[in-house]
Design a protein around this ligand. Sequence first.
Ligand code: G6P
Ligand code: ZN
Length: 543
Amino acid sequence: MTLQTISKGPFEGQKPGTSGLRKKTRVFMQPGYLECFVQATFHAIGGAAGKSFVIGGDGRYFNREAIQTMLKMAAANGAAKAIVGQGGLLSTPAVSNLIRQRKTDGGFVLSASHNPGGIDADFGVKYNVSNGGPAPEHITQAMFEHTQNITEYTTLDAPDIDLSTCGTGQIGGMQVEIIDPVEDYQALMQTLFDFDKLRALFAGGFTMRFDAMHAVTGPYAKAILEGALGAPTGTVINAVPSEDFGGGHPDPNPVWAKTLMDEMMSDAAPDFGAASDGDGDRNMIVGRGTYVTPSDSLAVLAANAQLAPGYAGGLAGVARSMPTSGAADKVAEKLGLGSFETPTGWKFFGNLLDAGKVTLCGEESAGTGSDHVREKDGLWAVLLWLNILTERGQSVAEILTDHWATYGRNYYSRHDYEAVPTEAADALMQGVRDKLDSLPGQSVAGVEITAADEFSYQDPVDGSVSHNQGLRIWLAGGGRAVLRLSGTGTEGATLRVYLEQYADPEADQGVSPDVALKAVRDAVVEITQMQQHIGRTEPDVKT
Ligand code: G6P
Ligand code: ZN
């Protein structure tokens, strides 16, 4: 085994976003591309010497090859230990948990989350730090700077390690431990939820469908739902991770998880349905005939979490991203909990969780989680829902109806306009920005605008400030619209329009969301001059 220093780089555009570096798979497969990014990451954290890392991914195309490359590089850079999921698999929340449980210096998640996989699709690498959460901005910034100057990387000329068998091996001076990807995660879930009661629930005939979308939660859901909890075989569908996620989009929303949605809306629907994304951090919750928006899911979990053993002592507070509906705020207000509004991106919850200011957090983009790890956690959300369902003995629809009767309903929908030319999207946003001050008092599409601003966030823990986090427009009668450009799109710009309409507990809660949100939507189309800027007013995706 010889140490090799290979001249390569720099490569352009290796700037990690909120979720690490995401590129087309073929970009990552260029000789030296992944290597230069990994070497830059090691530089940014002060070198890998003596350090330990967790490494795993969602099983997409190039996952195992990338892990072999990274292991040899870690060993060549002097790392002491790598903990790797068997077969190269680890979900994002499982990586976060392992970093914390095994007290490693950090970890690498190989995933492009809910983006499709395959040689012509997407790949990604994200670095998480020792609290288990995504690297904060000063580290991602340092990584980017190193990627711009890098001219060589170091690796070992060593044979591949067998990832398929659990056990301990060695590459150069580095120990490699291949572990069962599920075991530690399942142990954590057992500390939070009442597995005996959940077993009794399934034994009593409760029916469920979990769609793993051919992605990483398959083995986790099989082991926990069908194994530990005794749900019948077949409860988990699409359970074998595939390199291209069965040719689909592993994104748990009504559009991409259509098969599950169709079943849940049919006469043969089981009691409960759920899905998770490529790397297992997102979730979708559906009752029989009832879709639960992620914003409502966060609010219901916040209102009922104390029914699960892990949260029996109550919650410190609840945080949501700004575009997420205010439903969770209503719960926090009524229960006297701290409540926080952060920019989009899970990393903004990290400080609040570390400081003990919040216990639960969630985003409209189908992420919910708690202080048990420092990532959002799809299966955790499903288990918390199950624990609440069993304690309350009600259906999802009944729980929602009760919730809205207590706290009011925040009708909500997100409209995405994809692949918009970047200049057109920027011009639309700038047009609204320019007239923000003059909007309040104006009447648009028959509704009065009461306030408008651009969201800035000051982190209450470290005082750091993040500007330009989305445009907000409030309307008389409880309406709100938010406009943002996606930070994760890969083609042109994705304009996200978030529509919300609050209806208080006494109001009619049974209106269809499209109808309840029509006035807000009409106002947005007019305020943004959408037709003029992007040539259309109909979104590509509504969630
Ligand atoms: C990722 C992040 C989330 C974020 C989501 C949407 O999944 O982990 O925290 O909410 O992307 O981001 P976007 O910028 O595309 O709206
Ligand atoms: Zn994800």
